[in-house]
Design a protein around this ligand. Structure first.
Ligand SMILES: *Cc1c(COP(=O)(O)O)cnc(C)c1O
Length: 459
């Protein structure tokens, strides 16, 4: 990277995909028909799609070339050999199971480790992780440091697990009832915040002390390595891949959605050290995903993931990736928008509870901001607050989430700096009308992962 201050993409564009900016009037109508849930909007009606960084990456010319080399043999495809080698090299673990997404890996692993009476402990369970655990009848507890929940405190590794809290939970529930300890890296649901190597080492010690299984959910392990290299003492001279390897190897098992740092549009991985556990997982894999050398994937998918897992550690790419996210965060911050700091790797999180203090949690301030960003700018994003994590008590009252956030997730290698400038500009309109905006009420919700399909009405 040159020393120039301009943040320029370390790639040029070989293929273009048109996007269309509609009128505000049109978008108001679209949103109403979608029950004020952006998951129910057609992508053609979206200008800048910040709903997720999952599966939305632009693939490189090398990945597209790899797609043409995909071996679609049912068993022992060379594309599988390629993927298996890349994953073994990265993780140092001997058993690699391909799945169609990260959640399939979760369903298999937590289906085996979970069940009624079991307890899982994580820095923060991602929503599909929690849902897969709770679906087995087990319980999922998040252990984040108290001050990490304050969206304004500056901590270099705000995604860390509170090891002391985890230890207390193990003592309360009994080590025989603990399904696993899961370190989510970076901590997606807690602002995409990084986890330190020190924290992973301490968790390893805790697991050794009680004889417990340590799982890394490493969907964004490359982005996390960037933060370790630049923030944690002792890692400045290591490559990003070396850092990722060191961290993953501390764990007993590794789950990854290839739709994130795999730079692919589909795919997941379930990797582990223990042979007996791998055998159980393989049996479930074959019943539900596919044969052990393709899981839920085509040969070309596996080729794309194998190449993506290599490209993601490119220093120029990672630098641009993290700096571009930071650029969005810094400019929103300068406008007075409350954002989680320090900025995470894949997304900027706006604290809608603070931005819209006149909307209480049970009227969903985050969902209100999500709707406002779509109406004003054709920007799609997602609420990470009481719509996603709220629960009801026995009287039907909402037990609100700890924070009412809105996530602006940045797809990898997709939008240019001018798209990001546009998003920053739309926030001027949000600020102008913030007193006028109102909350929402839920008119329909499913029992699990309600944010995907819930419908709302504006109050
Ligand atoms: C995306 C994600 C998952 C689930 O992966 P899918 O491929 O979407 O099924 C699990 N954990 C974390 C931290 C994630 O970000």
């Amino acid at each position: 990277m040159s020393k120039t201050r301009t943040l320029a993409e370390p790639f040029k564009i070989k293929m273009v995909e048109p996007i269309r900016l509609t009128t505000e009037e049109y978008r108001i109508d679209v949103l109403k028909k979608a029950g004020y849930n952006p998951f129910l909007i057609r992508s053609d009606d979206v200008y800048i799609d910040l709903l997720t960084d999952s599966g939305t990456s632009a693939m490189s010319d090398h990945q597209w070339a790899g797609i043409m080399l995909g071996d679609e043999s049912y068993a022992g495809a060379h594309s599988w050999e390629h993927l298996e080698k890349v994953v073994k090299d990265l993780t140092g673990m001997p058993y690699v199971l391909p799945t169609h997404q990260g959640r399939a890996a979760e369903r298999i692993l937590y289906g085996i480790l979970g069940g009624k009476g079991k307890v899982f402990i994580s820095n923060t369970h991602f929503d599909t992780t929690r849902a897969n655990i709770e679906f087995t009848g087990a319980e999922a507890f998040d252990c984040l440091h108290e001050n990490a929940l304050d969206t304004a405190t500056l901590m270099p590794f705000k995604g860390n697990m509170d090891i002391q809290k985890a230890r207390e939970l193990i003592k309360i529930y009994g080590k025989q009832n603990i399904g696993a300890l899961i370190l989510t890296v970076t901590n997606n649901s807690a602002g995409g915040q990084p986890v330190s190597m020190q924290n992973a080492k301490e968790l390893r010690q805790l697991c050794d002390e009680f004889g417990l299984l340590f799982v890394i959910d490493g969907c964004r392990v490359a982005e996390n390595s960037y933060f370790i290299k630049h923030r944690e003492p002792g890692y400045g001279e290591n490559t990003y891949r070396e850092i990722a390897h060191e961290m993953i190897y501390l764990a007993d098992a590794f789950i990854m959605s290839a739709k994130k740092d795999g730079l692919a549009n589909i795919g997941g991985l379930l990797v582990m050290k223990d042979e007996a556990l791998a055998q159980k997982c393989t049996n479930l894999l074959i019943i539900s995903e596919g044969f052990a050398t393709y899981g839920g994937l085509t040969g070309r998918d596996m080729e794309a993931i194998a190449i993506g897992l290599d490209e993601v550690f490119d220093p120029d790419y990672l630098h641009y990736r993290i700096k571009s996210t930071e650029y969005l965060g810094r400019h929103l911050d300068e406008k007075g928008i409350p954002v989680i700091k320090p900025f995470g790797g894949h997304a900027i999180y706006v604290d809608a509870g603070k931005l819209y203090p006149h909307i209480p949690a049970d009227k969903y301030p985050g969902q209100a901001l999500v709707c406002d960003l779509y109406t004003k700018g054709g920007i799609r994003c997602v609420e990470v607050g009481s719509v996603m994590f709220g629960k009801y008590n026995e009287h039907g009252h909402l037990l609100a989430a700890k924070t009412e956030l809105v996530r602006l997730a940045i797809p990898r290698r997709v939008y240019t700096q001018s798209h990001i400038e546009y998003v920053i500009d739309v926030f001027d309109d949000i600020i102008e009308d913030k007193q006028k905006t109102t909350g929402l009420k839920i008119t329909y919700e499913p029992p699990f992962l309600r944010h995907f399909t819930a419908r709302f009405e504006r109050l």
